[in-house]
Design a protein around this ligand. Structure first.
Ligand code: EPU
Length: 424
């Protein structure tokens, strides 16, 4: 078994990485697509599906409910004809917040679903009140057992209605988008999230016969429909967070790095920040080429729901800001525990002051020194790999299993552009 940490030889400020890095399918699109497939009484096929731990966990959750799942090459097949279970496997559901995506389709299809409070990355409090209120609006009742398990029931099916989300939530939007296709009357979702994964999930459901209007806008209307399996395989959109992380590596240490298989239209927030910071890029079709500039300018980053600056790129961006000359500011507006990782960057030599759970100031540029650090979640783990890549000396980045939840063969892809990274 390979070690649960990465060994990275830092470049010590040299900007020598070159070559191309392919981007794979987006984790946060593959997961809702898999949840949507649980509604279909036949076989669903997806292409460009990454081999990452979260996709495997979602597959095992579906298998636990009676579905058949195969993942060969980049093609994932889900046959949910015999899906009869109503209880989500506790360990799997607790290991991944996205397990909550299955509550909607299982409730809509089976009339009941039992699940533990979903776990996942420690990013601060991650309540499920928006889900519970929404299901109640559609006529479901909820009961709680030992504060451990929730059971939602709607034995006669979900009713129609309007749900206004008090906060914009990606997985809640997806959960209700999927579940509402089986409701007895139209469902309107207001203040909905607009991430590419939501549009893709709607398009997949439409390919199976769903009537959905407005996906990709704050108001989505889902009309009752009969779903049948589509014969065409549905492609997962490129992972914009993965693409962004690789572009940031290029801005830090690239002589010239080309990130391939990207949808540049999904990258506006990061590319706009690059323009302000003086990072040169060029776009050709689905490739973006980036080089590290002589001098990086400071910037203010405010995380926001799509199409704003993604919270999932906030930690990688913070590493870039340690190299900008002057004072940068990060406002993390989505989560209240997503600046904790900065303490490790400070140990590496960064000058970062966290004023409160939502605001950090970064003064640069500071050379980073190699350290042994443990990534606390998927995205901060990747950020630590970037920090170690530019540091002076050899670092260990622990909790590789968290990085594996979101990035397939990360070390192989980074080796290909000249970074010395292995598992050790
Ligand atoms: N929220 C509530 N109540 C709820 C649901 C959400 O208060 O019932 C709050 C959250 O606490 C947060 C805000 O609403 O403050 C937005 O959270 P959201 O529900 O949008 O997050 P999520 O759906 O759980 C998805 C991604 C995350 C990404 C966020 C924000 C998936 C599977 N996960 O999470 O991705 O950070 O949206 O864009 O799509 C990751 O991939 O590493 C990751 C954490």
């Amino acid at each position: 078994m390979s070690a649960n940490r990465f060994l990275i030889e830092g470049l010590g400020g040299k900007k020598t990485l070159k070559g191309s890095i392919p981007v794979f399918g987006e984790k946060n699109t593959a997961l809702p697509l898999m949840a949507a497939a649980s509604l279909i009484q036949g076989e669903s096929k997806f292409t460009n599906v990454p081999h990452i731990a979260d996709v495997a966990s979602m597959g095992r959750l579906l298998e636990g409910l009676g579905a058949f799942v195969t993942h060969t090459g980049t093609e994932l097949t889900i046959s949910a004809k015999d899906l009869t279970g109503t209880v989500l496997n506790q360990d799997l559901a607790k290991s991944m917040r996205a397990s909550v995506l299955l509550t909607g389709p299982i409730l809509a299809r089976r009339g009941a679903v039992t699940f533990p409070h979903p776990g996942g990355c420690v990013l601060g409090s991650r309540p499920i009140d928006i889900f519970v209120t929404g299901f109640q609006k559609l006529g479901a009742t909820i009961s709680e057992e030992n504060e451990e398990f929730y059971t939602l029931s709607a034995p006669n099916g979900l009713s129609g209605g309007e749900i206004f989300f008090r906060a914009v939530s990606v997985t809640a939007t997806e959960t209700f988008l999927i579940a509402a296709t089986l409701a007895k009357a139209p469902v309107t979702l207001r203040n909905a999230a607009m991430e590419p994964g939501i549009v893709a999930t709607a398009e997949f459901l439409q390919s199976c016969g769903a009537h959905i209007e407005g996906a990709g806008t704050p108001t989505i209307v889902i009309h009752p429909s009969t779903l049948t399996a589509s014969s065409a395989a549905f492609p997962v959109v490129p992972d914009r967070i993965e693409a962004g992380s690789f572009l940031i590596l290029g801005a830090l240490a690239g002589e010239k790095i080309t990130v391939t298989g990207v949808n540049p239209k999904h990258m506006d927030a990061l590319l706009e920040s690059f323009a302000t910071m003086g990072v040169p890029i060029s776009i050709a079709g689905d490739s973006i080429t980036v080089s590290a500039p002589e001098k990086l300018l400071p910037i203010e980053i405010r995380t926001h729901e799509y199409p704003g600056f993604p919270t999932d790129l906030q930690a990688p961006m913070a590493v870039l800001l340690t190299q900008a000359e002057g004072e940068s500011v990060i406002f993390e507006t989505i989560f209240d525990g997503r600046l904790n990782y900065t303490a490790e960057l400070v140990r590496m030599g960064a000058d970062i002051k966290v004023w409160n759970p939502h605001r950090a100031e970064i003064k640069g540029s500071k050379s980073l020194k190699a350290r042994d650090i443990d990534g606390p979640d998927i995205r901060a783990g990747l950020a630590f790999i970037l920090a170690a890549a530019i540091a002076d000396g050899t670092s260990h980045v622990g909790n590789a299993h968290l990085v594996d939840r979101g990035y397939e063969s990360i070390e192989k892809r980074l080796q290909a552009v000249g970074l010395s990274i292995s598992r050790n």
